[in-house]
Design a binder for this molecule. Structure first.
Ligand SMILES: [Cu+2]
Length: 102
């Protein structure tokens, strides 16, 4: 999986928004989605850690990067395992509000 993941390095978010390719190491098809979840209510690094914990606990999440100043979390996930609604719910369970998904 790590080997296949290198495929995305250097790709802009537009190109990697939806990628369908065959993993040469495992011969399976992987669907990766990259979305920005705009979050209301994050005010300090503790909030960022909480959001990261919520997202990181989900099976199917490949990577995530939560930015306090931009008020979003960029999440890459396997859309065969997870939907954007699952991610939204996980964040909102901790008291934050997802106001937009792009
Ligand atoms: Cu906080």
């Amino acid at each position: 999986m790590i080997m296949c993941y290198n495929f995305f390095v250097g790709m802009c978010s537009r190109c990697s928004e939806l990628i369908q390719y065959t993993c040469w190491a495992f011969k399976i098809i992987i669907y990766i989605m990259r979305k920005l979840f705009y979050i209301e209510g994050m005010t300090c690094m503790h909030c960022v850690n909480t959001v990261n914990k919520a997202i990181g606990a989900l099976e199917g999440v490949k990577s995530f990067d939560t930015k306090l100043d931009k008020k979003y979390s960029e999440v890459e996930y396997d859309e065969t395992k997870l939907s954007e609604t699952d991610i939204k719910s996980a964040i909102e369970e901790w008291g934050y509000k997802v106001v937009d998904i792009k």
